[in-house]
Design a protein around this ligand. Structure first.
Ligand code: SAM
Ligand code: F3S
Length: 442
């Protein structure tokens, strides 16, 4: 049986796409996934180009695979994801060992591309954005454990001035509601209890509804999904503040919707937000958080930040620091701004020294860690409803996540995997919580 090794860089959308690549190649050519690249016949990289470092990682990685390819005739190397989308043919020219180049919207065409390169002995390239065709050509979803991702929309039409994604993944395209419901039903039939709805801007979801020809937004989708009896928890990521509608805030009255929200803000300075073309001010962002906390007092808030956007002053940065205090951001992905070729911001003069950027990033990360620790400690003694996902690394322990998305480990029998249980939080560890099993929460 042929073996497939996939290395994934970047976001959860890429993790989801990689699992779909495996499904497609299993269905077409019987490929089995291996975690050992040496045993593989086909090696795929699912790439990220959101920052320069992520992009360069791909080329340094490819450099390592020349001998691997030469060691066994017929071995194939493919590159998918955002770097592939951006570079196209040029990628196969720059890295001669590459046989397949495909984009996030053409991964379902892998079987044909594989046949093409085998018959022509030339690289096969397809990085188009065919209208949502991808989802119509994927095999039935396969559940791996009680928690699953479901991608409900693709691409982004926000064109933030710093971001490459609209160019690499295309404009926003939503899957029809019935398609999403069919995928969810299939996963629930396989024992899934928690669904994370995915999209680059998941709250821009506008799925076509059969019958009356209307559209379904994320809030309505959450209400519809909540009616599935065996579905115990709904999460979504990643969302855009400008699309965080009143109806989505009201959807937090639905107890199946998890209390952890990831809402990227990028900066607390209105001047920088304007230059980024984010479409909201600090006050508008804070107002949404205030109303979210009213709807859900136990809300946990994580966010994304870009530090050192061109012309960011000390004053701008202080506004970001003030904003995290007020919003109580307890976790974040934060990175130094990276100019992406072809984006409007790449034309701005990068006038801040690396030293200053690093100092600001360090200050921001330290403060968010402190808020995160305070938040975690506030959970001690509380009872958390947790979906038991798997056995933990420590023998005898099980692992799941709190509604606010914190990993939580506790002693218990493996027979509980796939069930909701009540856990009393006892201890805060570096990257997780430890708790005591109280009993079933079913
Ligand atoms: N939908 C989300 C939002 O509302 O911002 C963002 C999705 S974006 C692909 C993921 C994150 O990558 C962004 O939130 C941003 O912080 C980061 N990012 C994107 N472009 C970047 C750049 N040029 N430099 C540094 N970070 C960047
Ligand atoms: Fe990128 Fe802004 Fe869209 S960060 S993914 S262009 S919302």
């Amino acid at each position: 049986m042929s073996k497939l090794f996939i290395k994934t860089f970047g976001c959860q959308m890429n993790e989801y796409d990689s699992s779909k690549m495996a499904d497609v190649l299993k269905a077409s050519h019987g490929y089995e996934v291996t975690s050992d690249p040496e045993a593989a016949d086909l090696l795929l990289f699912n790439t990220c180009s959101v920052r320069e470092k992520a992009q360069e990682k791909v080329f340094s990685e490819l450099g390592k695979w020349k001998e691997w390819k030469e060691a066994k005739p017929g071995r194939v190397i493919g590159v998918g994801g955002c770097v592939a989308s951006q570079e196209g043919e040029a990628l196969a020219k720059r890295a001669r060992i590459v046989d397949l180049v495909f984009g996030p919207q053409t991964l379902h065409r892998l079987p044909q591309l594989l046949e093409q390169t085998r018959s022509t002995h030339r690289p096969a390239v397809d990085i188009r954005f065919p209208e949502i065709e991808k989802f119509d050509n994927l095999p039935e979803p396969r559940a791996e454990g009680p928690s699953a991702f479901v991608s409900i929309m693709e691409g982004c039409s926000k064109y933030c001035t710093f971001c490459i994604v609209p160019y690499t993944r295309g404009e926003e395209m939503s899957r029809p509601l019935d398609d999403v419901l069919a995928e969810v039903s299939s996963l629930l039939d396989q024992g899934v209890r928690e669904i994370t709805l995915l999209g680059q801007n998941v709250n821009a979801y506008r799925g076509a509804m059969a019958g009356d020809g209307g559209t379904c937004d994320l809030a309505l989708l959450i209400h519809i999904l909540a009616r599935f009896d065996t579905l115990g928890r709904i999460r979504f990521t990643t969302s855009h503040p400008a699309e965080f509608s009143d109806s989505l805030i009201e959807a937090y009255a639905e107890p199946k919707l998890a209390s952890g929200v990831h809402l990227p803000v990028q900066s607390g300075s209105d001047r920088i937000l304007g230059m980024m073309k984010r479409g909201y001010t600090q006050a508008q962002y804070l107002d949404k958080i205030r109303r979210l906390r009213q709807a859900r007092p136990d809300l946990a808030l994580s966010s994304d930040f870009i530090i050192g956007f061109p012309s960011e002053t000390e004053e701008d940065f202080e506004q970001t620091m003030a904003m995290i205090e007020e919003a109580r951001v307890d976790a974040a992905y934060s990175f130094i701004y990276s100019a992406r070729p072809g984006t409007p911001a790449a034309n701005l003069r990068d006038n801040i020294s690396l030293e200053v950027k690093q100092q600001r990033l360090e200050r921001l990360q330290t403060r968010i860690r402190q808020i995160g620790d305070e938040y975690a400690r506030s959970l001690i003694g509380t009872t958390q409803k947790v979906l038991v996902e798997k056995t933990a690394r420590n023998p005898g322990q099980l692992s799941g996540k709190t509604p606010c998305n914190r990993p939580l480990n506790f002693d218990g029998p493996a027979s509980l995997i796939g069930q909701f249980v009540n856990i009393q939080v006892a201890e805060v560890l570096t990257n997780s919580l430890r708790g005591r099993l109280l009993g079933s929460a079913e």
